[in-house]
Design a protein around this ligand. Sequence first.
Ligand SMILES: *Cc1c(COP(=O)(O)O)cnc(C)c1O
Length: 378
Amino acid sequence: MNTRPNWAEVSLSALQHNFRCVSRLTSSDVTICSVVKCDAYGHGVVRCSQALEEAGTEWLGVTSTEEAVAVREGGVKSRVLIMTGFWRGEEEAVLRHSLTPAIATVEHVESLERAAEVLGHPQKSVAVHLKVDTGMSRLGLSMAELPKFLERLKQSPYIVLEGIFSHLASAEVLDAPDAIQQIAKFREVIATVERAGLTPKFRHLGNTAATLARPETWNNMTRPGVALYGYELPFSGNGSVKPLGLKPVLSWKTRIIATREIPGGTPVGYNGAWTAKRATRLGVIPVGYGDGFTRHLSSAGRVIVREQYAPIVGNVSMDLSTIDLTDLIGADIGDEVVLIGQQGSSSILATEHAAFAKTVVYEILCGLSPRVPRIYTE
Ligand SMILES: *Cc1c(COP(=O)(O)O)cnc(C)c1O
């Protein structure tokens, strides 16, 4: 039952529009792996995967086996790449659901081989994508280990190297020297793989920033995430990136549930962190940091009511926040309030919340708590 007036609207047509924008940008021999990790950046992994499949994605990228299984159980047939690999004990689920794991260690290879034996894997082949660390120093096989690892892989009765990939640390910094170095190292990786006599079908390096700004990272697969949800990154450094005309997919809305008139000088909310300077009409909304409405918006951010901006006053609390309605003639209980999204010519992007919270838009999107119901619209 979802009757609390606090909901997110997810526009599947905007998601599909964004997928098509990115597809049009890259050439037709570049396969898009649509990244739907972290519950599709908070948008809902199953419905978003279904919509992306309908729009033509052949690949989806996730970061947990659980999520990949949920996508399969949602009837999605597209290939699913578990970009972070799998954890001990998950290998049978990986095979049973025809998922494609990233691998980076001999242990990964051995456990897939064992699982293939146990399950009597019918095709006697398990496609994997090898992750190589080209400078992120997080996951991935080191380049020094690569030649030996490839020899081990060649001896495997089951494992087929279908892809090779890496991940950039600073793709959105347009003149970042480390990005240029990583791109060069990835070329070396491909050359090493080819010298070993292996010919992985897919080679991929790009996230959204690289997809938009660095065609040299496309190879023949690229992995955009945040762009699909309508956000072109805040790029920095020297250079420019042509905007793609993406549409934000998620709107977040609530309603005014109470109003009150207070005289000037009255403190509002926890710690009286804000005090009315004049006679003020307050509105109360049933949204707080428990929903992912960041506390950094306290006495700083704004919402939209009746197509106009209303400031957030006082501290955002767990379940409630207060807004100043004094200048909004007629605003009243029941009025729709836009937290993220558009109403008339007023709009608030998730990047605005990110700026107040001194974080990235990703954290705002995937921070939207599960208690906020997602409503899917066309
Ligand atoms: C998250 C992620 C992406 C997508 O990143 P965006 O910046 O959202 O486009 C691509 N590849 C990997 C390995 C990731 O973890």
